[in-house]
Every structure is written in C-alpha cells, then in structure tokens.
Design a binder for this molecule. Structure first.
Ligand code: EPU
Length: 423
C-alpha cells in the first residue's frame, strides 16, 4: 500500500494558520540562482516535494545547496552541468524554467520533455520560438532538446498565448543576453514582478514585469551579484485561496495570516458573491463558514483573473452551494478530470465538454476512496473528504506533498482529523 490520508469528515475548523511561501515563486528564484556569480539566499522557502526535486536538479548541475530552517542558500560557483536530469524532470514541470538560466550561463542546455501535472497537453513551443528568435540553434532529439548559442541576443518575442513559465524562462534568458529583449503578451502573475524586482537589485535591468510588456536590457554575459541580499518568497496565493475555501465550508472561524489578500482579489470577490463573510486585513483574512452558500459561475483566467490552480477547490465548494453553476476552465484542457470522483462522493456534476462542467448543489458528500490526480485536485479531494460525512481514503498523496507543506499537521491543528498512513 502506498502512503495515503485517512480523513474523518465533518469536523469544524477553528484557529489561526500561517501561509507558506509560494512554491511557484520559490522554484523560479532557485532557477534564477544560476544567473548569479555569488551565493543566492532565498527566504521563506516552502519545504515541499517540488522544491526538493528542484534542489536535486540544481545539485546535479553542480550547485551547492544548504537549507537552514526556511532559508535556502544556493552557491552556483561550481555549476558547469548543461544537462537536466530526465528522471527528476519527469516529476516536475518547473524543470523547464532551469533551461533559460543554464543556456544563458553555459551557452548550451539539454532538456528532456518536461513532466509534472497531467493537466493537459502543456506544449513548449513558446520557449523554443523565443530562443530561436534570440539566436539559438535548436536540435530536437528523441529524448528532448539540445539548445546551443554562443551569443544570445535580445529579440522581440510575441507570445501567442499567455504563459507563466515561458515568460519567466525567457525573461531570465534575456537577463544575460546581448541587447534588448521585449516580451509581448507576457504573463503578469505576482511571482514575476517579485523575481524581476530582486534581479534588478542585483544588476539586471528589467522593466514592466507585472504588465503584459516586459523589456529586458541584457548584461552581455556578466553574471548578477547578490552581495548578501536575500530574496523573500512571496506568500502562496493558491494556498491562501484553498484555506479560504476550507473556511467557507468549515470555519468557526479560521484566521489566515502572513498572506497577501490583494493577490487573490478575484477569488475573494467570488466567495463574497457566494455569501461568504470574509474579514480582511493588510496581510490576514478571517473567514467563517457560510450559513447558506449560493452558486456562482467560475471562469479561470490568467492573473489577475480567477486562477486555474483554485478551480478544483472552488468546484468542491460549489457542490455545497444552492443552485447551478458553470465551472469553465479556459487555461488547461485536462483539468476537470477529477469530477467523476466527486460524483462518486455524492456530487452532481455534469461534463459539458473538456473545458466546462455544470455543478448542481447542494448535495451531501460521503466519504470514499479517491486518488489525487494532480497537486491542486489532490487538495480539492482533501477538502471534499473533510466536508463529507464519514471516512475517506485519499491516495497518491505525493501529489499533495508536491505543493503543500505538512498539510495534515496544519489542518489537524485547526481541528481536522487527517491521519497520514505511510504504507
Ligand atoms: N502553452 C503553450 N505553449 C507553451 C507554453 C504554454 O501552448 O510553450 C499553453 C499551455 O498549454 C496552457 C497555457 O499556455 O494552455 C498556459 O500555461 P502556462 O504556460 O501559463 O502554465 P505553466 O507555466 O506550465 C504555471 C504554473 C502552474 C499554473 C499555470 C497557470 C509553475 C511551475 N506552474 O504553469 O501551476 O497552473 O502556470 O497559472 O509555475 C501548480 O502549481 O499546480 C501548477 C500547475
């Protein structure tokens, strides 16, 4: 038997919980360490499985990594590796963001087809087109891509669609290139300006991060220097939103601290429309279970729109709301594959097409045996199990551990009953 959670549903949650640093910000800071000459200190690192996989990838390339509490120190001085390990890359999609800094630093990179969550096709054409425009030679092999360029030069790159990791990767490649790069139709997720601001303090010249047009003036190969400055990982907006959903269902109330409410303004507005009362402070939120939840349509969109990573927890919430609503996933085409399991738990969800489902509520959920398909749907199942009547067994919890640190301990501290069974 593989590790799983045994969850007793129907327990109220009360107390305070602190939000961790954002996985999807910390992973990019780790990749950015390869743009540096000296050590990079990253604070507020979430100790999750994806961060461990990224550390392994960096260590394979020659980086020296130390973790002290929640601070990670990466020394890139001995980095010389050019190949991303395919076995580790299979487990983590974010391996692709390493390619930009390796290419910029080592003039060559091999990267295998990236893995990670099975939530859709997830092509890499924007990366390839971007590097081509910057003058790289690209060879596709059976196992991946070999990319080489002795002289990366700035270019104007127009993304056909908004992509978070393509924006970050090409932004990092451009930092060490020769001349100006302009990224158009770039992603605006808060992780991007947070990284750009720090890189600027260390010698980069990036303008417009956080908007759809980013301009980068390259250093022509001169590595950045942190000189002891640390990058503090911003709070995880997806974790914040997930705790808000839990609080809306089971909060008596719960207070969510060290978060950034402005980064999840749209999910908060949707919860309020559904009838949830949320008290807001500068860096905290307090949420009480709604007496009566109303159905609200959800349509995922790039930032500042409704995040695709919160789509599955919100669908669980909508099973407890009165009425009918549409959940429309516009970013990925494989991200509604969890609905059959929710139906087995008692939900009434009808699939309209690969992007849209209709949720009818309110339905009573009952404990079942379910397998986490990916990080976010895994957490959604945990929320469903906590809301359900009776006992559930949630399997494949490696997926949940990829994105949420010691989640059962934190939820149990609020009053949940979740037991991790190792085998
Ligand atoms: N796309 C292309 N070509 C490309 C790249 C992307 O067509 O070359 C398409 C994708 O197929 C998708 C759309 O563009 O339809 C947007 O995907 P994006 O590239 O923005 O996603 P990502 O960068 O691979 C990051 C997060 C995801 C998060 C999405 C959307 C990381 C490591 N991953 O993925 O996080 O869902 O942005 O916000 O930052 C998670 O943490 O569980 C997770 C999946």
């Amino acid at each position: 038997m593989f590790p799983h959670f045994i969850v007793q549903g129907g327990k109220w949650l009360e107390g305070e919980t602190r939000i961790n640093g954002a996985k999807n910000a910390a992973l990019k800071s780790m990749a950015a360490s390869l743009l540096f000459k000296d050590k990079l200190v990253i604070e507020n690192i979430p100790l999750v499985e994806d961060i461990k996989r990224m550390s392994e990838l960096l260590e394979n390339l020659g980086a020296d990594i130390k973790i002290e509490g929640k601070t990670m120190i990466i020394n890139p001085e001995k980095v010389g590796g050019k190949d991303i390990d395919p076995e580790i890359a299979k487990k983590i999609r974010a391996s692709v963001v390493l390619t930009g800094p390796i290419l910029a630093r080592e003039k060559e990179v091999f990267f295998p087809h990236p893995g990670g969550c099975v939530i859709g096709k997830r092509p890499i054409d924007f990366f390839i087109e971007g590097w081509s425009a910057m003058g790289a030679n690209i060879e596709e092999t059976k196992s991946g891509y070999r990319i080489e360029s002795q002289h990366m030069r700035g270019a104007e790159i127009v993304f056909k669609n908004i992509s978070v990791t393509a924006t970050e990767t090409l932004m990092m490649t451009a930092v060490l290139a020769k001349g100006k790069t302009i990224l158009k139709n770039a992603a605006c997720e808060p992780e991007i300006p947070a990284l750009a601001e720090f890189l600027n303090q260390c010698g980069a010249s990036i303008k417009g991060a956080g908007t759809h047009t980013i301009e980068i003036e390259g250093t022509e190969g001169t590595l950045l220097e942190s000189r002891g400055k640390a990058i503090k990982t911003i709070p995880d907006r997806i974790e914040t939103g997930s705790f808000l959903v839990l609080g809306s269902l089971l909060g008596k109330p719960i207070k969510i601290t060290e978060c950034s409410p402005e980064d999840i303004a749209v999910p908060i507005a949707i919860l309020e429309q559904a009838g949830v009362e949320i008290e807001k402070g500068g860096d905290w939120l307090r949420v009480t279970a709604a007496k009566r939840l109303k159905s609200v349509d959800i349509k995922t969109k790039e930032y500042p729109g409704f995040p695709t990573d919160l789509q599955s927890p919100f669908a669980v919430l909508m099973t407890q709301a009165e009425g009918e609503c549409m959940v429309f996933e516009t970013v990925f085409e494989g991200r509604l594959n969890y609905v059959e399991d929710l139906n087995r738990m008692g939900a009434t969800i009808t699939t309209c097409d690969p992007h849209r489902v209709l949720v009818r509520g309110k339905t009573e959920l009952r404990g079942r045996e379910i397998e986490s398909p990916d990080i976010r749907a895994g957490l959604a199942f945990l929320i469903a199990a906590m809301t359900a009547k009776g006992e559930s067994k949630v399997g494949n919890i490696y997926q949940i551990d990829r994105g949420y640190e010691r989640i059962e301990e934190r939820l149990n501290a609020l009053g949940a009953s979740i037991q991790r069974v190792k085998s």
